[in-house]
Design a protein around this ligand. Structure first.
Ligand code: DAH
Length: 343
């Protein structure tokens, strides 16, 4: 018995330095301590011994069993830690504190143009204002000198809510609030989404963007208006742009103008985008009507000002050579994701 025990101990000592993974360790456990394991069998043999020998042999077997169990527990923990470390070393590591990659999306061409124009006006001392899309009849019409039943309302049919509010038809709807907010003198631009009941074609949409601007101070004249418009357009297009001013009627300005630019799609020859005229209406403008100043709480005897309503959607089309306005609201990533690179 003692000999057998001695053999098993030597086996154990030999094996213990060879074990290098948990499968081999489990194999070792089974071979010693399993149902038919060598140490288990030795226990069974105790029966055949005399009481005296049984005692010493049992002590020896128990001692080896303890050592084995201790070894298995220690080795198993050591191997598990090493296996986990190896697994981690093979996995890709992530730093969750890093900012996410920006390659996933691109800015809409209108956003690009809007930001550019905002930066130009900001550099000339204009503040940039935000305004709601759902407005009252007063803001959209009456405050800008379009009383009920005025024929100018026919040009700006829109979407009405049951409570009488409406989706704003032009950014001019913010003029009154901004005049009341700042008083005079004042320089502000206010971009926004506008809505009209339109028959949709290559150059008309029911949803489009404008950027309105106002400058109010003492002695503001049409020369100031022309200067700011020209500066802005030459910055946006980064080249000399041909413009023309025609008289235009808008109830909120007097005198009022249409500022056209030569069509950049066809170079002025005529195409569907410019309705074959070679010119595109880009920026209606004028000197703010005294009624509008007064409605905004500004003394029209002391102050004058100009206002303009830049067609931001049309400007984006011109700048990027987009022939069909419908692309802009299409949600087509194939079309819309091209523009960041052109910046
Ligand atoms: N609100 C006008 C429109 O959408 C555009 C406009 C014309 C705005 C003349 C102005 C302006 O500020 O002076 O048709």
């Amino acid at each position: 018995m003692n000999e057998k025990l001695q053999q098993l101990r030597e086996q154990f000592e030999q094996l213990s330095v060879q074990i290098s993974d948990s499968a081999a360790l489990e194999q070792m456990r089974i071979s010693f301590l399993g149902k038919n394991g060598s140490l288990t069998n030795l226990f069974k043999e105790l029966r055949t011994l005399s009481a005296e020998d049984k005692k010493t042999a049992a002590t020896g077997i128990n001692q080896l069993k303890k050592e084995l169990e201790q070894f298995i527990a220690d080795k198993s923990a050591e191997l598990a830690a090493a296996e986990q470390a190896a697994q981690l070393a093979n996995t890709e590591t992530y730093d969750f504190t890093l900012p996410s990659s920006l390659t996933g999306g691109s800015l809409h061409p209108i956003t690009l143009v809007q930001r550019e124009v905002e930066a130009i006006f900001a550099s000339m001392g204009f503040t940039i204002e935000d305004f709601r899309e759902i407005v009252d009849d007063y803001d959209n019409f009456e405050a800008v000198n379009i009383p009920p039943h005025h024929p100018a309302r026919d040009m700006q049919d829109t979407y009405f809510l049951d409570n009488g509010q409406l989706l704003k038809t032009h950014t001019s709807a913010a003029q009154n609030s901004i005049m009341r907010k700042y008083g005079a003198p004042l320089r502000a631009v206010f971009p926004g989404r506008c809505f009209r009941n339109e028959a949709i074609d290559a150059c008309h949409e029911n949803t489009f963007f404008q950027m309105e601007g106002m400058m109010i101070d003492e002695n503001i004249s049409i020369s100031n208006l022309i200067y700011f418009m020209k500066t802005m357009l030459s910055e946006v297009f980064k080249r000399d742009i041909q413009v023309r001013l025609r008289p235009g009627f808008f109830p909120f300005v007097e005198p009022g103008f249409e500022l056209d630019i030569s069509c950049l799609i066809c170079g002025g020859e005529g195409c569907p985008t410019c309705k074959h005229s070679g010119w595109l209406e880009l920026c209606p403008c004028g000197m703010i009507h005294p009624n509008v100043l007064e409605a905004g709480g500004i003394d029209s005897e002391k102050y004058t000002g100009f206002a303009f309503g830049l067609g931001l959607t049309r400007l984006a089309m011109m700048k990027y050579g987009i022939k069909d306005i419908r692309i802009l609201n299409s949600g087509s990533l194939k079309a819309l994701s091209q523009f960041t690179a052109k910046q």
